[in-house]
Design a protein around this ligand. Structure first.
Ligand SMILES: NC(=O)c1ccc[n+]([C@@H]2O[C@H](COP(=O)([O-])OP(=O)(O)OC[C@H]3O[C@@H](n4cnc5c(N)ncnc54)[C@H](OP(=O)(O)O)[C@@H]3O)[C@@H](O)[C@H]2O)c1
Length: 337
């Protein structure tokens, strides 16, 4: 069965990796092609993609150093999508169902039904890729389940207006914490304080971050939700309070370089009796619905907000991804297809 006899979605327009970037990716590293989809088999569904999520991990896949796999030269870029079932040979899905899957950077795909998930009680479909999707789950798992914030804790977050950071910051505020963001522009500082409700925010490009942290956190930092690695991890680790929790979640400061940076001295963590967690969101997949149930109401009531940085059309994905890698995004990067 197909959803519309006039539109059979027999083709898909794809973005593939045309060359490996040395450092920051640019549009020239990608190609756009249209190919014909194969016939649907039993147990499969055809999905018309409506939103594609662009995420920092894709740069690590290109570099061949991500836990989730690598992108081959001329291969389709991986990525999570939200879409609509337009043809089905599955007992699990009906025409018109709103679903998410790893459909990749393309306009439609055929998927085994075991790899497709209903978006369920999420009112705005793009939220299944942002605040109520993988980035939101990352934030919730790291802050609530790992760091276990207490009222009065001082929480420091870099990339603080991004998809993960903005969710961490708002959840920390909701738990009575003092939240200090670190961001890369004055526009983001303004957004963090006036829209996300942070207590303070530091511009890492124009301010002395260490001096600002000394002033803002005189009793030390209780939770550092590290999304960037690099120099900031060192600066914050030197300012931890006793019993601090450090969530090692991302290392975007070195994602675009071939070399690895040296880490901070473990002595800083020993001195603070810190608990240091490595976070891989995939480990928390079995608890995804628990997280959605805890946060959906807050999102629907606009108490947990997520700015989405939306570009239009699959061909816009390479430029949007390049902007994300350069920190030029404002919120969760999504392609509307
Ligand atoms: N471990 C996991 O399972 C997991 C899951 C999801 C995401 N992550 C990681 O979490 C991090 C945030 O992901 P996201 O999707 O929420 O991205 P994002 O924050 O929306 O975008 C990335 C941001 O990183 C900041 N940045 C870029 N280069 C930087 C540098 N050299 N130093 C400091 N900050 C830099 C920029 O913000 P500013 O310009 O404002 O600083 C940029 O906007 C990434 O490192 C990602 O890989 C990990």
């Amino acid at each position: 069965m197909t959803i519309d006899s006039n539109i059979s979605y027999q083709q898909t327009t794809q973005v593939t990796l045309a060359s490996y970037p040395d450092t920051y990716p640019s549009e020239e590293n990608f190609a756009v092609n249209t190919v014909t989809l194969p016939a649907l088999q039993d147990g499969e569904v055809k999905i018309k993609h409506t939103f594609l999520s662009l995420d920092p991990y894709m740069r690590s896949q290109i570099a061949g150093r991500h836990v989730s796999g690598s992108i081959e030269l001329n291969g389709l870029m991986f990525g999570e999508v939200v879409g609509e079932v337009v043809e089905t040979k599955s007992a699990k899905f009906n025409l018109g169902d709103q679903v998410r899957c790893m459909g990749g950077w393309q306009t439609a795909s055929i998927q085994k039904d075991s790899a497709v998930f209903a978006i369920g009680n999420i009112e705005q479909p793009s939220h299944a890729l942002s605040v109520l999707g993988m980035p939101g789950l990352t934030a919730y798992a790291g802050l609530i389940w790992q760091a276990q914030p207490q009222a009065g804790d001082v929480v420091v977050i870099p990339a603080a207006t991004g998809a993960v950071g903005a969710t961490v910051g708002q959840l920390a505020k909701a738990n009575g914490c003092t939240v200090i963001g670190i961001v890369g522009s004055d526009e983001k500082v303004d957004y963090a304080i006036n829209q996300l409700g942070y207590d303070a925010c530091i511009n890492r490009k124009t301010q002395d971050v260490e001096q600002a942290l000394d002033k803002l956190c005189p009793e030390g930092i209780n939770i550092y939700f590290d999304l960037v690695g690099g120099d900031l991890l060192h600066s914050v680790s030197a300012r931890l309070a006793i019993g601090a929790r450090v969530i090692l979640c991302g290392m975007i400061a070195e994602t675009n370089s071939k070399e690895r940076m040296a880490g901070p001295s473990p002595g800083m963590w020993i001195k603070a009796r810190a608990i240091v967690y490595g976070l891989v969101v995939y480990d928390f997949e079995p608890r995804r619905q628990e997280f959605i149930d805890a946060c959906a109401e807050l999102v629907n009531a606009n108490k947990l907000i997520m700015k989405e940085d939306v570009s239009v059309g699959i061909a816009s994905a390479p430029a949007a991804f390049s902007r994300l890698m350069r920190g030029e995004n404002m919120g969760k990067v999504i392609v509307k297809i």
